[in-house]
Design a protein around this ligand. Structure first.
Ligand code: SAM
Length: 301
């Protein structure tokens, strides 16, 4: 029998996933996290931060299209977009597909993630950092959001999960979402990745309940990501536009109008993502805890 090397990845102390490693492409440690790029058998190249798969060559488009397009289409004609995190550059790639976008600011804390992805995972960021509309900021998104005076039409949080003492847990709190609300333009839309409703359901539900405590119009949606071996969750919100009211017919019409080409997202995928089964709806809606700076929600540890 062949002797494999494995990536073993933990969602919680009692639940994990394994992938055989064909080749280690890069391995290093930045100021903030362990960074590795491996080649896998089923998913091609994979970016793994602190032991957790962030995106893979064969299915990253599902995660990035699901994260970006519902928010862009709900807004309708976004001109200014702010991305928090998103080191691979693929969130930026999806945002730049909209001709209406005049300015896209991306704030990631870790220059090294961006460098490694530009060197080893070009399929996610080919040309995006050279686009004249882009302004790349290396820094903590928390500081950026609290210090900027600029208003944005769409704000997208593509951050690592809120792990204990990690760089991102404060960006899932009520204080942070309140400030995001202040820098959203009047019809602004905010969307965040929100961990897995199946593997870490309490963390997902608290992120939703926290956003709902700040924004009147908030909902969640889910999609299965093969390389995460999990249903993945997103929370989308706005002060004025109801994400639940986004008519699926508008999705195809808006993608065509903006000339946006997708591989995964269209009206049918939209209906699928926003049609959450009863048991999950009941679990998520029951949650009333709110994450705060003093009492943040974390991934189970
Ligand atoms: N797809 C991902 C997932 O599955 O969770 C998230 C993708 S992305 C690689 C996460 C990025 O968030 C990383 O590049 C990391 O450096 C960045 N990040 C974490 N905390 C941050 C913070 N406080 N400010 C800005 N960027 C942050």
């Amino acid at each position: 029998m062949r002797h494999w090397h494995w990536l073993i990845e933990w969602d919680t102390p009692t639940l994990g996933h394994i992938k055989a490693i064909k080749r280690v492409v890069y391995s290093g440690r930045s100021k903030y996290q362990d960074i590795i790029v491996i080649e896998t058998y089923e998913y091609g190249l994979a970016l793994v931060l602190d032991g957790k798969t962030q995106s893979t060559e064969f299915d990253e488009f599902i995660y990035h299209e699901a994260l970006v397009h519902p928010a862009m289409i709900l807004h309708g004609a976004p001109r200014k977009v702010l991305i928090l995190g998103g080191g691979e550059g693929a969130t930026l790639r999806e945002v730049l597909k909209y001709g209406s976008v005049e300015r896209a600011v991306m704030v990631d804390i870790d220059e090294e993630v961006i460098r490694v992805c530009r060197e080893h995972m070009r399929f996610m960021n080919e040309g995006v950092f050279e686009d004249k509309r882009v302004s790349l900021v290396i820094g903590d998104a928390l500081d950026y959001v609290f210090n900027t005076n600029e208003a944005f039409d769409v704000i997208i949080a593509d951050l690592s999960d809120p792990i204990v003492e990690g760089p991102s847990y404060k960006l899932y709190t009520r204080e942070f979402y309140s400030r995001v609300g202040e820098i959203l333009s009047p019809n602004g839309v905010f969307v965040t990745q929100a961990t897995s409703p199946t593997n870490t359901p309490e963390t997902h539900a608290v992120i939703y309940s926290t956003a709902r405590s700040v924004f009147p119009k908030t909902t969640y949606y889910h999609i299965f990501i093969p390389s995460f071996e999990a249903l993945w969750g997103f929370v989308i919100t706005s002060k004025t536009l109801d994400p639940r009211g986004l008519d699926p017919e508008r999705v195809d019409e808006a993608l065509a109008r903006h000339g946006v080409k997708t591989r995964f997202y269209d009206s049918i995928a939209h209906i699928h993502m926003f049609s959450v089964p009863r048991n999950l709806r009941e679990f998520i809606e029951r949650e009333s805890r709110v994450s705060t700076f003093d009492n943040p929600v974390y991934m189970p540890a």
